[in-house]
Design a protein around this ligand. Structure first.
Ligand SMILES: Nc1ncnc2c1ncn2[C@@H]1O[C@H](COP(=O)(O)OP(=O)(O)OP(=O)(O)O)[C@@H](O)[C@H]1O
Ligand SMILES: [Mg+2]
Length: 245
């Protein structure tokens, strides 16, 4: 469904992606693990083309978007819901306007339909009643849930989660994990979850991949991940962040 082929991305002399390849199947949740600074957020941004690639191919189904202009990327991005690391809500807009934003920007839906969908999404993330609040009034975990509602409101085929559980307490983190699973089950999306939280990864993931030195050095299912004896993976697994639940 999503196929990444030999991706390269540098910032000046800093090479971040050095021939990264990965395939994500339709309907699965692929977890991308790796140490802080290894390029996980950069990977999501080059897939969305919020950052340009140096070389390599990004395929969505049989569509190769590698040479797409920003204009050509618009309908592709519309199919993707993105939960940014740090939520990236618009601070000057209410919760309602934040969640409604993708619909207002990209659709001609009538106001009552938009209202209905926003309300349904806020219920899904258990944040109904917060429509008129400003993001600044909410906790980190609440902001993540609002950001998830915004990511899902336009019924995307793909959802990318960047560190969905980082920086929030374990109880809220496990609620977010449950929502990620519920998202896959109810909306049948194909997801990429980027994280360094192993417990979260194991809760939400169907398959697991590991970035090291700019490449994917491991892909496998849960038991393969837990048994993997590649030294970098093993070390990460043994010293990784295990959120208590
Ligand atoms: N826009 C940018 N300009 C220059 N360097 C960048 C830019 N974005 C990321 N980098 C660098 O690329 C490397 C990878 O960053 P990235 O944010 O992808 O790491 P990460 O794996 O997401 O880390 P974390 O787990 O801490 O979120 C880092 O060294 C970072 O400083
Ligand atoms: Mg990151």
């Amino acid at each position: 469904m999503i196929r990444l082929v030999d991706l390269y991305k540098s910032f000046g002399s800093l090479q971040v992606l050095k021939g990264l390849s990965l395939e994500v199947k339709r309907g699965e949740t692929m977890v991308v693990l790796g140490r802080s600074g290894c390029g996980k957020s950069v990977l999501l941004k080059v897939i969305l083309r919020l950052l340009p690639l140096d070389s390599g191919e990004v395929w969505f189904g049989d569509l190769n978007t590698s040479d797409f202009t920003d204009f050509q990327m618009v309908p592709v991005r519309r199919q993707i819901g993105m939960l940014f690391q740090g939520s990236a809500l618009f601070d000057s807009m209410t919760v309602f306007d934040n969640v409604a934003y993708p619909l207002v920007e990209h659709t001609d839906l009538p106001d009552d339909e938009i209202e209905e969908r926003v309300h349904r999404m806020l219920e899904f993330v258990e944040m109904d009643g917060t429509e008129n609040k400003m993001p600044g009034e909410l906790s980190g975990g609440m902001r993540k849930r609002i950001a998830l509602a915004r990511a899902l409101v336009a019924n995307p085929d793909y959802v990318f989660f960047d560190e969905p559980t980082t920086g929030i307490d374990p109880i809220t983190a496990s609620r977010i994990n449950e929502l990620i699973v519920k998202t896959q089950q109810e909306y049948n999306v194909t997801s990429i979850v980027v994280t360094h939280d192993i417990a979260s990864a194991l809760f939400v993931g169907d398959r697991f991949s590991f970035i090291y030195d700019g490449k994917i050095i491991f892909v496998g299912d849960r038991s393969e991940f837990l048994a993997c004896d590649i030294p970098a993976v093993k070390k990460f697994r043994e010293n990784g962040l295990w959120t208590k639940r």
